[in-house]
Design a protein around this ligand. Structure first.
Ligand code: GDP
Ligand code: ZN
Length: 415
């Protein structure tokens, strides 16, 4: 398991920053961040914890409890069976309504004579970097935005669309955070009842695997595809290093089950330039989170997509990762073709935590379709007699590779 989610090299932000006046200010704020978090935690520990809500209905999507309860793994919030799903669908409806509202809101969030739109690419406690019109500005947050009780630790997250007013050559103030389309969250390390937004407004998860070195590993691919779906990110599968395949037909056969399920699949070689145009095509204009084992070629692919682009992600030891958990730096890299790549040390936090065995089949539509014909309603499709799924696998209508990873993931989940 350690190998599975042991991501990726992450050079410290300090190394990558250019030493300018703003950067010194930036680093000063970062140094104070830890201390502020500890102080806040002490304060919070003294204040009474909010009571659990029983008759849950989201009053509005600004309701932090609504978002945070759903985002937490089920194991961390005890809910009656089915309640979580009910809330999820209520929430999805509300999100759909919000999307409609957002279009209407866009008109009222237009740039004014004194404000301009931007995207937050890096965040510290009270400062952030905002990409706006080909420029990166170091911005303070307007005092009124710093209200603590939003349910999220961070008022502004990487990926947030904001309105800023420029007050210097390369500095400004964040006046307003525009409504978020989506959030990737994890429980806050210090404040257990709060959520930390890792990235806002991400669109898709590019799952990168390699054909060889390391060998294509369908179970891991499936885990990421599930992670994408659980986080409402569009999954895209990229199998890199196809130049190492003896026969390209082998790669095509391996990804066939995914194509049949409607996933977008890219076969690439960063070394030979194969499939790079398609990678550019899927990245353009979108905010993409990258996932994949270390060594599969994520950095190499991006360096070919955009020469000079260097990811900070990569191999780091588990220990170092843990140590950096609280200050784990995520930033967005703006692409020349439009869009952003999320440079994060890992998406382990958004893994399969809280997923129950019985829920797994939901993420295997191929298996779910056959499951209706199993003899037992609660068939796990691993060993039971009269299992229509296993019958379909032996007939070849369900991929045995998919069924194999289903079983492996099933047995790793809590019952
Ligand atoms: P990352 O950890 O996922 O970012 O992987 P890297 O981009 O650092 O690549 C790991 C190794 O695989 C490097 O030695 C790359 O040169 C090599 N590599 C990356 N892409 C390809 C490819 O398409 N074909 C081959 N043969 N090697 C590749
Ligand atoms: Zn079955």
């Amino acid at each position: 398991m350690a190998l599975v989610f042991s991501f990726d090299k992450m050079l410290s932000m300090e190394e990558s920053l250019v030493a300018s006046r703003e950067d010194k200010q930036w680093q000063h704020h970062k140094a104070n961040k830890q201390m502020r978090l500890v102080r806040k935690q002490i304060k919070r520990n003294r204040s009474p914890k909010p009571a659990r809500r029983r008759d849950w209905v989201p009053d509005s999507l600004d309701d932090p409890d609504a978002v945070s309860e759903l985002s937490l793994p089920a194991s961390e919030r005890v809910m009656p069976r089915g309640e979580r799903e009910r809330r999820q669908s209520v929430m999805q409806e509300a999100l759909a309504r919000l999307e409609g509202k957002e279009t209407a809101d866009a008109a009222s969030h237009q740039e004014g004579p004194s404000t301009q739109r931007g995207t937050v690419i890096e965040v510290s406690t009270s400062l952030c970097r905002v990409q706006s019109r080909d420029q990166v500005l170091v911005c303070h947050l307007r005092g009124s935005l710093s209200a603590e009780d939003t349910g999220f630790t961070n008022i502004v997250a990487v990926g947030d669309r904001v309105l800023i007013s420029q007050d210097g050559h390369d500095s400004g103030v964040v006046e307003q955070v525009l409504p978020r389309k989506s959030v990737l969250v994890r429980p806050d390390v210090f404040h257990s009842h709060l959520q930390q937004v890792i990235v806002a407004n991400a669109d898709q998860l590019l799952v990168v695997a390699s054909w060889r070195d390391p060998a294509f590993w369908p179970e891991l691919v499936d885990r990421y595809l599930i992670t994408a779906e659980r986080n409402n990110l569009t999954p895209i599968l990229c199998v890199n290093k196809v130049d190492l395949a003896e026969d390209m037909a082998d790669c095509q056969a391996a990804v066939q089950p995914y194509l049949q399920l409607g996933y977008q699949v890219l076969l690439t070689s960063a070394v030979e330039g194969h499939g790079i145009e398609r990678v550019r095509g899927v990245l353009a204009g979108k905010t993409t989170v990258l996932a994949g084992m270390s060594g599969v070629g994520k950095s190499s692919l991006l360096a070919v997509v955009q020469p000079g682009l260097r990811l900070r992600i990569g191999e780091i030891s588990e220990r170092r990762h843990e140590g950096r958990h609280t200050t784990s730096q995520v930033n967005l890299i703006a692409l020349q073709i439009g869009g952003f790549v999320v440079d994060t040390p890992g998406i382990r936090e958004f893994g399969l935590g809280g997923l129950q065995r019985a829920e797994l089949v939901r993420f295997y539509p191929d298996i779910q379709a056959a499951a209706a014909r199993c003899r037992f309603a609660n068939c796990s499709h691993t060993h039971e007699p009269g299992c229509a799924v296993r019958a379909a696998v032996s007939e070849g209508t369900i991929s045995d590779v998919r069924h194999h990873s289903y079983q492996a993931i099933y047995s790793s989940l809590p019952s």
